[in-house]
Design a protein around this ligand. Structure first.
Ligand code: FIX
Ligand code: ZN
Length: 428
């Protein structure tokens, strides 16, 4: 759908009227497809890993946490419930007995509204019936169009037995879904990885001898061959150090970085998560902490020929990340990750990045886990981005340089698609 122009204006005409400037920004941002560079969503070809519908939406770990704060259900009782029973309780606790004010709860309201379903319904019967009637592939097409998405990058774990089984059975993802090779299992739990490799018939020694290093490289080469990933990625704790003296440091130096070079793959670092600070919450039990940015700076400095994408979980790391990206041209900041993916913080982060990096960053990713998350995560974020872009262009206008519609299109396409494509070495 080509963006519209108001009457008697040309693409190149300079936008000196502020309300027209805002209209043009809204039009371009709302109609420019984006590549969602990090999600946990899978296409229908991945069978049970393809999650969609109201029960999946309501049992999202963001909402489970909030339900425990708004109900007196015990943890044990909750985890013994069926998914439908859990969804009923989440709905009752957050949407009926309380006002869905949180970003995650408002997200469900936006999804229901997008499909013409009643966000004030007393129960889930109508919503369940609606999603039950959806044809998976048609529903996928519709959701990608509603979210105005070009492509989606998955999170693919070579140690997830269910997923490995799907790749083994020749699962061939929809062409709009791109794989990424997730290395948490390898880098954050080497002892466990050694056991899992053994289960896949690859015997390694926990001491990371030469032969083991070669075997792990071969393991990654084989998965890169299979998945054709757009990048390798890992999430790291807030106390991540580089250099360090542990197996993770050796695996990064002797396996991951050489593999990145050999395949021309970027390395994605998601830094600042404290896993399982409250284990009874299961996947919902992760926390965060402020990280030492110098670890990433040293990695960028010591590996100028490797491209890094980085996102940090702590608000206090955001300004530092902008400054580090000014110092290292092989570093691309991306997204407002997880606890930062809220309008107030996403606005602060985006404006800061525009002021320090111009259009040289990837403004957002959804981290969607359920298909319909793609609708609300992007519909909630685009108005935030429009405000930030208007502020930047309006200041430029005030300084004496109005922009044209073409320039807005160029800048938005660079941030939505171009920067990522360049970084993963798959040109525009
Ligand atoms: O490490 C990650 O990719 C995180 O995004 C997830 O672990 C987290 O559970 C999540 O879904 C955040 O939005
Ligand atoms: Zn994620």
């Amino acid at each position: 759908m080509t963006p519209t122009l108001t009457e008697n204006r040309t693409e190149a005409e300079l936008l000196t009227d502020r309300s027209e400037l805002r209209r043009q920004i809204e039009d371009v941002v709302n109609t420019t497809p984006v590549i969602d560079v990090h999600t946990h969503v899978f296409p229908p070809e991945f069978d049970s890993m393809f999650r969609f519908g109201i029960d999946e939406l309501l049992t999202y770990h963001y909402l489970i946490v909030e339900t425990f704060r708004s109900s007196d259900v015990s943890y044990d009782h909750f985890w013994q419930m069926t998914r439908a029973e859990q969804a009923d309780l989440v709905w009752k606790s957050l949407f009926v007995e309380n006002t869905p004010l949180s970003e995650a709860a408002r997200g469900v309201v936006s999804v229901l509204d997008a499909f013409g379903l009643d966000p004030r319904a007393p129960d889930l019967s109508a919503a369940r019936e609606f999603f039950r009637d959806q044809n998976p592939n048609e529903h996928l097409d519709r959701v990608l169009e509603m979210a105005c998405l070009k492509d989606v990058v998955m999170t693919n774990d070579p140690f997830d037995e269910q997923e490995v089984g799907l790749w083994d059975s020749g699962a061939n993802p929809d062409r709009r879904f791109h794989a990424s090779l997730r290395l948490d299992g390898l880098l954050n739990d080497w002892q466990g990885a050694a056991r899992r490799l053994a289960r896949q018939g690859i015997s390694v020694d926990a001491g990371l001898g030469r032969a083991t290093i070669d075997k792990v490289r071969n393991f990654l080469d084989a998965w890169i061959q299979r998945m054709n990933p757009v990048y390798m990625a890992v999430s790291l704790p807030d106390d991540f150090k580089f250099p360090d003296t542990d197996s993770r440091d050796r695996l990064i130096r002797e396996v991951v970085l050489p593999t990145a070079r050999a395949h021309g793959l970027a390395f994605v670092l998601m830094v600042g998560v404290r896993r399982a600070v409250n284990p009874v919450l299961r996947m919902a039990g992760d926390g965060m902490g402020h990280a030492d940015m110098s670890a990433l700076e040293r990695m960028c400095a010591q590996n100028p020929d490797v491209r890094f994408l980085a996102t940090y979980l702590s608000r206090e790391n955001q300004h530092e990340l902008c400054v580090s990206a000014r110092k290292f041209r092989n570093l691309m900041p991306f997204g407002c990750w997880w606890f930062l993916n809220n309008p107030s913080l996403a606005s602060e982060i985006t404006r800061q990045r525009l002021e320090l990096l111009g259009p040289g960053f990837i403004p957002q990713h959804s981290d969607a886990r359920v298909l319909e998350h793609l609708i609300y995560k992007w519909r909630h974020w685009r108005p935030v981005f429009i405000e930030s872009m208007f502020e930047a262009y309006d200041r430029l206008l005030g300084s004496g340089r109005p922009v044209s519609r073409n320039e807005i299109i160029r800048d938005v396409e660079r941030m939505f698609i171009g920067n990522f494509r360049e970084w993963i070495g798959r040109g525009a």
